[in-house]
Write a protein that binds this ligand. Structure first.
Ligand SMILES: C[S@@+](CC[C@H](N)C(=O)[O-])C[C@H]1O[C@@H](n2cnc3c(N)ncnc32)[C@H](O)[C@@H]1O
Length: 277
């Protein structure tokens, strides 16, 4: 019976795709440019809703087309063949604004870092902005390339319980290929926080950090390690904040904010949050 239902679902998917309706599978999906609508599922595979991509356009702050951010966003998406959804677009837009209108404009000194790169959508976007500025420091990138680490009780609350363990696996070779045009990038494979010791960064200063490691333990470890190394005015953007299937990451940020003095903390309306030192 299960096989019959699965077959019917697969046939329905093929039919829907023909009329521009794509199914969002959070574990393995690529959204083609011709998609008009998306059926959204939670990480636990429950039906969540339908997104009309055309109607969403009116919520964009960047109305002009072509827009430099959107061009970069889609170029990075196509190169990395990664998931594309509006919440992610808003996150990368916020990152790009923080980098250009705050870090570069105010000449915040130091390196850049990213913890959690997957196939490089955000890495390519950030590296492209750095190249435009003739960046002279290093953009350090850390990932296990073996997917998320061991979940802890903090990660298994609510929708987090439905997230599978072997999730978001990518390869270092693929990322290296994607980031070839950026000689200032240094990629480090291993588990956070142990992998930090493989890079000579212990006494370095940072201007910007992107944290996108999904779970409680690594998010907490990234904040603990990098905040003390952040230049005054330096920025941390945490992508998993406000995302219902990453409760552990949300908790790690809330605990960090409660226990540390920061100059600025902004919770994005959709996904992600900003910390300024
Ligand atoms: C959501 S993906 C990153 C997406 C990427 N920033 C983007 O925008 O395309 C999360 C990444 O975190 C990595 N990750 C999760 N837990 C980790 C840990 N403890 N140590 C190292 N990497 C980890 C996974 O391997 C995965 O590549």
């Amino acid at each position: 019976m299960k096989t019959v239902i699965r077959t019917i679902k697969e046939i329905a998917k093929i039919f829907l795709r023909k009329i521009g309706i794509f199914t969002h599978d959070p574990r393995n999906y690529i959204l083609p440019a011709k998609a008009k609508r998306v059926l959204l599922y939670t990480a636990g595979d429950e039906f969540y809703g339908i997104v009309d991509l055309k109607r969403m356009a009116r919520y964009r702050a960047h109305q002009s087309s072509p827009h430099p951010f959107l061009e970069l966003y889609y170029r990075a998406r196509d190169l990395t063949e990664t998931p594309d959804f509006f919440a992610k677009e808003t996150r990368l837009y916020t990152i790009s604004e923080l980098i250009q209108n705050h870090v570069f404009k105010n000449r915040i000194p130091g390196h850049f870092a990213e913890c959690g790169c997957f196939r490089g959508h955000s890495s390519y976007t950030i590296a492209s902005l750095l190249k435009q500025q003739n960046f002279q420091d290093t953009y350090w990138i850390f990932d296990s390339f073996e997917g998320i680490s061991e979940k802890t009780p903090e990660d298994n609350k609510g929708e987090g319980a439905g997230v599978p363990q072997n999730f978001l696996i990518s390869t270092q070779e693929h990322l290296k290929e994607i980031l070839k045009p950026f000689p200032f990038v240094s990629i480090h494979k291993g588990w956070i926080p142990e992998v930090f010791a493989t890079a000579p960064i212990a006494s370095e200063n940072f201007a910007f950090l992107h944290v996108d490691v999904d779970l409680y333990e690594p998010t907490k470890a990234c904040l603990d390690y990098f905040f003390s190394r952040l230049s005054p005015g330096g920025v941390i953007f945490i992508s998993n904040y406000n995302v219902s299937h990453w409760p552990g990451s949300i908790q790690a940020v809330d605990e960090f904010i409660a226990n540390n003095r920061t100059a600025f903390f902004l919770k994005n309306q959709v996904e992600g949050c900003v910390i300024v030192k």
